[in-house]
Design a protein. Structure first.
Length: 199
């Protein structure tokens, strides 16, 4: 059994966050997770998610935990503004985009805020980053700024304007990118006066 425990601990070291599903794929018994938690060699992060007690944790840990359990979701809006350092706000929820007809993910922690995307919005301007060893699908900077205007009623116009001005001032987005996503997300008319006023 000690050999099994060591293989699970090695897996946790390699993947940072592990699920019972990961053990089944390796032919390892899931019950060993509970025993390793009792022994203090693993900690239970949330239902179905485990990690080493001394694992390095970044400020975007909640994104990593969510993406590990739901790899097909897309981080968006306030969570991604924080990831790209485009806001001073620190959202307590993880903002996720899912397809229109998909079932919403459910987890105990962190709290989730679900937005529904459809068509090209599910693929265009979506990049993959690694946070705490977990691949995470995240909207690009320009796409995020445009999404803020699209969902301004949910997050506030001030937040959208702050994101636009910060990203433009730091030269992290181009007018072509912003206009492309504004047309894609059907907010070109909303954004036009703000884009025209940029220095």
């Amino acid at each position: 059994m000690e050999n099994t425990y060591q293989r699970i601990l090695d897996l946790a070291h390699t993947h940072t966050l592990i699920r019972p599903y990961d053990l089944a794929a390796q032919g390892l018994p899931r019950v060993a997770l509970t025993r390793l938690v009792r022994r203090g060699q693993l900690i239970r992060i949330s239902r179905g998610l485990y990690a080493l007690p001394d694992r390095p944790v970044s400020e975007h840990d909640a994104l990593a935990e969510t993406a590990r359990k739901y790899p097909h979701v897309i981080a968006c809006l306030l969570s991604v503004l924080r990831f790209h350092d485009l806001t001073t706000q620190s959202p307590f929820e993880v903002w996720l985009a899912i397809p229109n007809k998909a079932r919403a993910p459910r987890i105990d922690y962190p709290p989730l805020r679900i937005i529904r995307f459809s068509g090209a919005a599910l693929t265009e301007g979506v990049e993959v980053y690694r946070i705490d060893g977990v691949p995470i699908r995240i909207t690009s900077m320009a796409r995020t700024v445009v999404d803020c205007f699209k969902y301004r009623n949910k997050i506030g116009l001030e937040v959208a304007l702050e994101a636009l001005h910060e990203s433009w001032r730091e030269k992290r987005v181009s007018m072509d990118e912003l206009w492309h996503y504004a047309c894609l997300c059907r907010v070109a008319n909303v954004m036009r006066p703000y884009l025209e006023s940029l220095p």
